[in-house]
Write a protein that binds this ligand. Structure first.
Ligand code: 9MR
Length: 337
């Protein structure tokens, strides 16, 4: 039987297809929950595991919303990508509005990682340990973490995450570093240095928030995946969306479908690419219109949860794709004979 959902097609190929998720919508919108578990075999908490929401006061954690997503994932046999332990955005005020000593910054970071990664130890397939630490020119971003601790904060974060959850695959995650260029060279340099120092890092997340007429060439994405693979690293496309100018035309939806398909093809062809995650379930709740004035329609289901041409493009590629042995993916189904 030909699989007729993204999830069934991905399962049959031993591939992970994910969506960023908001636990607040699970009960409110039955269609949200049924699309999430019916079409995807992995989820990423879009916001609720970030340091501000999950650690709102120095001595208080708010695990309820993240726990709800973990329960949902368990009930529906979905993998979870943890997102994210160390980032310069969505930090709690108590942390970012005080001047700590370098030693205090480090112990705050390590305590946070121990508490959050420790709580979900054994249940998270992959953690985005550090998010967006590289600037556009490839240098280290002047984040509060770099200013507070110095460049060793990255190494410390990965070591702390590994200690808290030895089973999780640990990722460095960034945007604008999907193809080839100064930023992806910077990411390559960073992860190579970490590997040289025996830091437990297993993969690189390529976020891929792109717009219809400005995106990394799929061939360059493939080359970037390959050079990361030569370092022994896994890659995942972690936050894909393709925004369209409003109002959107049929032609734009068709071009969007082509791009979604080409990006998935690059991932399926790379032996070290194990997953592709969309940054949201449907256009009803995407972050895009709130951040990019005049842009919308970035996901593969429309605001009424109807599949768009991009959905059919993904499904077709998943159904056509050949089965491969993928790192970190045990028990993948054999190819249908
Ligand atoms: O989708 C997220 C949005 O709801 C938040 O308001 C925003 C805050 O910065 O973060 C968005 O998710 C980001 C992700 O965590 C990291 N990569 C970029 C994503 C889009 O901004």
């Amino acid at each position: 039987m030909i699989p007729n959902t993204l999830r069934a097609a991905a399962d049959a190929r031993g591939f992970r297809i994910g969506a960023a998720a908001d636990p607040g919508l699970l009960e409110m919108e039955p269609e949200y929950a049924s699309t999430l578990c019916g079409q995807f075999n992995m989820l990423t908490p879009e916001n609720v595991m970030k340091s501000g929401p999950i650690h709102p006061a120095s001595d208080r954690y708010e695990f309820g919303p993240a726990d709800a997503l973990m329960r949902f994932a368990r009930r529906h046999d979905m993998q979870v990508r943890g997102h994210t332990l160390v980032w310069h955005n969505q930090m709690a005020d108590w942390l970012s509005h005080r001047s700590w000593t370098p030693g205090e910054w480090r112990s705050r970071m390590e305590e946070h990682i121990a508490a959050v990664a420790g709580r979900y130890a054994g249940q998270i397939a992959a953690w985005d340990v550090v998010n967006e630490a590289i600037a556009d020119d490839g240098s280290l971003r002047a984040s509060p973490w770099l200013k507070g601790i110095g460049p060793t904060y990255l190494e410390s974060a990965f070591r702390a995450a590994h200690q808290a959850d030895p089973a999780a695959r640990l990722f460095y995650n960034d945007y604008g570093a999907e193809g080839l260029g100064a930023k992806s060279d910077g990411v390559l340099h960073l992860v190579r240095k970490l590997l040289d120092r025996d830091v437990p890092i297993h993969g690189v997340g390529l976020q891929m928030h792109v717009e219809l007429n400005d995106y990394p060439l799929p061939g360059q994405v493939a080359d970037n995946m390959e050079r990361l693979g030569r370092l022994g690293l896994e890659v995942q496309i972690t936050e894909l969306d393709v925004r369209l100018p409003q109002p959107c035309s049929t032609a734009a939806l068709e071009r969007q479908a082509q791009l979604y398909g080409d990006i998935l093809d690059a991932g399926l062809a790379a032996p070290n690419c194990t997953a592709l995650t969309l940054w949201g379930v449907s256009d009803r709740h995407s972050w895009v219109p709130g951040f990019f004035h005049g842009w919308d329609h970035a996901l593969v289901f429309d605001a009424e949860y109807r599949p768009k041409p991009a959905y059919h493009a993904l499904l077709k590629r998943l159904v056509q794709a050949g089965c491969k042995d993928r790192p970190g993916e045990q028990g993948a189904s054999p190819p249908p004979s």
